[in-house]
Design a binder for this molecule. Structure first.
Ligand SMILES: *Cc1c(COP(=O)(O)O)cnc(C)c1O
Length: 388
């Protein structure tokens, strides 16, 4: 019986070596490996600062807090995303203002943002999601990108790049552009530490605040306390902070993954190109829109949409693929359809025509380096069998 999971981690590089080093060192929590991973992100993204955390959700939370989001503030959030993107707004007792996304890419575009600013001129914060690894148009040649619009209107922008490592937009690496960018190293993401996340920023004030809030609001980190000349018991608490630091055990896995991040990305790109080629002639199946060179895309997801020509419903197609041993997933049920946000905001589905059109027919195909050519053939052939 063939079994192709939706997602599978590649962990056969230096992961075991580096984790063994940490175990032997006798120091398992945050120290030199986490620092080294932060430095790798600074080097790679071009951001001035990086802060390793135990999840992307933690990074999103502290990023918004450091940007100044407070109780009662409103934050633009794309409606097509994972729930973590919106929940962090609620952690701070602020309110998400959900925006419909572009059909085909599921992105916030400069045009969507301009329109949102007209309708909600009071909103001072924006979260952008680089959906599926496709970078949103943060910057462009005519200085009319999302970051430019935000600057012009005094809006601070946080990039949820949970899907987008590594990725670039118009010559700029994701992570080095906006006020704050957050990456995820959850087990099914493009690189993993098991659980983990990274915040990058060019703003020193944000960096200092995030670092303090990452560890109980203490004004010295643990590593510093055990390595500097000052007595280790001596510290002040400046806020009721959180416990969001990344242990070295996890950072060790991340350092090994970083060594092959580009190779993983190239593998996923080849899989995406194979799907584009082999599924292009199925009129009932719409393939993901791509507006950047394939090399700039992280290819974390390959979300397809069944249109009106489909003989079968999305749920039935997902079921039939599952019967053939092929794992798929759905990205996403739009957030305003979740009961918590329905009760909180009571959003009208008609305000989100693109999310609705996508949601009814979308499902995501497996896309990860360990997929073999035979498995890819089998997936493509199964889709053809089911849909014609
Ligand atoms: C996975 C994901 C997150 C959360 O990442 P964690 O590291 O699991 O906290 C946030 N946003 C999006 C879009 C995600 O897909």
């Amino acid at each position: 019986m063939i079994k192709i999971p939706f997602s599978k981690v590649t962990c056969d590089g230096n992961e075991l070596n580096y984790v063994t080093d940490v175990l032997k060192s006798g120091w398992l929590t945050t120290a030199s490996k986490a620092l080294a991973l932060e430095q790798r992100f600074v080097d790679y993204t071009g951001a001035k600062y990086a802060c390793a955390m135990n999840s992307c959700t933690a990074a999103l939370h502290l990023g918004l807090e450091a940007m100044g989001v407070r109780e009662g503030d409103k934050v633009f959030v794309p409606a097509m995303t994972f729930t973590a993107t919106a929940e962090v707004v609620r952690y701070l007792n602020a309110d998400p203002v959900f925006l419909d996304v572009e059909y085909g890419t599921n992105l916030i575009t400069p045009a969507i943002l301009q329109d949102a600013i007209k309708r909600y001129p009071e909103v001072r914060y924006l979260i952008v999601v680089h959906f599926g690894g496709h970078p949103a148009e943060m910057v462009n040649a005519s200085q009319t990108g999302i970051a430019d619009i935000c600057k012009e209107h005094g809006i601070r922008v946080l990039e949820d790049a949970a899907h987008a490592f590594p990725a670039s937009i118009n010559g700029h690496r994701i992570g080095g552009i906006g006020d704050v960018t957050c990456f995820s190293f959850y087990a099914n993401k493009t690189i993993t530490t098991g659980e983990g996340g990274m915040l990058t920023t060019n703003d020193e004030e944000i960096f200092r605040r995030v670092k303090i809030m990452r560890l109980h609001g203490i004004n010295r980190d643990v590593w510093d306390r055990f390595t500097s000349d000052k007595p280790s018991w001596e510290y002040d608490v400046v806020a009721p902070g959180f416990k969001y630091n990344m242990p070295d055990l996890n950072a060790a896995i991340g350092l090994a993954q970083m060594e092959r991040a580009e190779m993983f990305r190239a593998d996923r790109q080849r899989i995406a190109e194979y799907y584009y080629k082999e599924l292009a002639d199925l009129p009932c199946l719409e393939l993901p829109g791509c507006k950047v060179p394939h090399e700039d895309h992280a290819w974390h997801l390959f979300p397809v949409v069944l249109n009106r020509l489909s003989p079968l419903s999305r749920n039935r197609v997902v079921e039939m693929l599952s019967e053939r041993g092929i794992g798929t997933s759905v990205h996403y049920k739009p957030i305003y359809r979740m009961s918590y946000y329905r009760d909180l905001i009571g959003a009208d589905e008609r305000l989100f025509p693109n999310c609705e059109k996508t949601w009814q027919g979308t499902f995501s195909l497996p896309i990860y380096p360990l997929l073999s050519v035979d498995e890819l053939d089998y997936i493509v052939n199964s889709i053809w069998e089911i849909l014609v």
